[in-house]
Design a protein around this ligand. Structure first.
Ligand code: MG
Length: 161
């Protein structure tokens, strides 16, 4: 079969004293909060990586970039994404498309969506048209609604000639 689909999910806590980096973009939260994590905690890129790995049953990002490994402390997740797409390519697969939805009450993500798409597309070596990024609030429900964290769901379709 020359099509594979994968899905990914991630969530990171919003905390003071951390940068807010989503889709490779540095954003400003109105309360100055950022995402906690071992790497740069880029929840969007993490979900996309897990979708890509999942499509080929290659496990998850924890397998390749374990949080106890000091090499990944503060890591730029876009560079990790380059490594993941390398694993996909070396197996003869290409990205058909990726689609993601971010769940966050604040800050407003819409002004940054195009830059996020472009950054991810560039690392994947595809056209921005092949990378969908959407954002929704959680209607103040649950941990994302209470602004305890920001979550992201992603799917990836891979093709093989
Ligand atoms: Mg993560």
């Amino acid at each position: 079969m020359n099509l594979r689909i994968g899905n990914g999910y991630d969530i990171h806590r919003l905390v003071p004293g951390r940068p807010l980096i989503i889709g490779g973009q540095r954003l400003e939260h109105p309360e100055g909060l950022g995402l906690d994590g071992h790497s740069d905690a880029d929840v969007l890129v993490h979900a996309v990586m897990d979708a890509l790995l999942g499509a080929l049953s290659l496990g998850d990002i924890g397998k390749y970039f374990p949080p106890e490994d000091p090499r990944w402390r503060g890591a730029n997740s876009l560079l990790l994404l380059e490594q993941v797409i390398g694993l996909v390519r070396e197996r003869g697969w290409r990205v058909g498309n990726v689609d993601a939805v971010l769940i966050a009450e604040r800050p407003k993500l819409k002004p940054h969506i195009e830059a996020m798409r472009s950054a991810i597309a560039a690392r994947l070596g595809v056209d921005p048209d092949q990378v969908g990024v959407k954002a929704t609030t959680n209607e103040k429900l649950g941990p994302c609604g209470r602004e305890e964290g920001i979550a992201c769901h992603a799917v990836a379709l891979l093709t093989r000639p």
